[in-house]
Design a protein around this ligand. Structure first.
Ligand code: AMP
Length: 141
């Protein structure tokens, strides 16, 4: 497996070199909205420590990421009146991974509504800002 590339786009977001619609942060984990959401409120949860994916992350870091995934999923049920949540995570190109800093997709779902295809459409900034505000409120409230 190739080594971690510190110039990947999520590493730049973590260093504050690129913007994101942040919804949660602690000392080990950052969560922000996917800018090409598969449903409104689609969130990415990632460890702050460099890890390419599930294959090189430390057990402590992945455990904490999954704790935050659960928090985000519960908050999405409330914030978006979701009927369910889909959690996805991809490893290496063959496993569907495109950005090589470990991230877990947390996707709120409505009954009977299909997810959009991956990376189909960049969402409008005002829609992302509104989703981020709703989710942040549910996470902190
Ligand atoms: P994957 O590596 O297959 O899990 O896919 C990477 C995900 O990152 C896709 O769902 C993209 O829509 C998303 N993405 C790419 N660039 C950004 C960005 N700058 N901010 C938020 N999400 C992004």
């Amino acid at each position: 497996m190739p080594s971690y590339d510190p110039n990947n786009i999520f590493a730049k977001i973590l260093r504050g070199e690129l913007p994101s619609y942040k919804v949660y942060e602690d000392d080990k984990v950052l969560a922000f909205l996917d800018i090409m959401p598969r449903s409104p409120g689609h969130t990415l949860v990632l460890p702050k420590a460099p890890a390419r994916n599930m294959l090189d992350v430390t057990p402590d870091d992945i455990a904490h990421v999954m704790t935050v995934v659960q928090k985000v999923a519960k908050a999405q049920m409330k914030a978006f009146a979701a009927d369910g949540v889909t959690v996805q995570q991809f490893n290496e190109g063959a496993g569907g991974q495109v950005v090589f800093h470990l991230h877990v997709h947390v996707i709120p779902r409505k009954a009977g509504v299909a997810m959009k295809p991956p990376a189909s459409e960049k969402e409008k900034p005002d829609v992302l800002a509104d989703c981020a505000a709703k989710l942040t409120a549910a996470l902190t409230g």
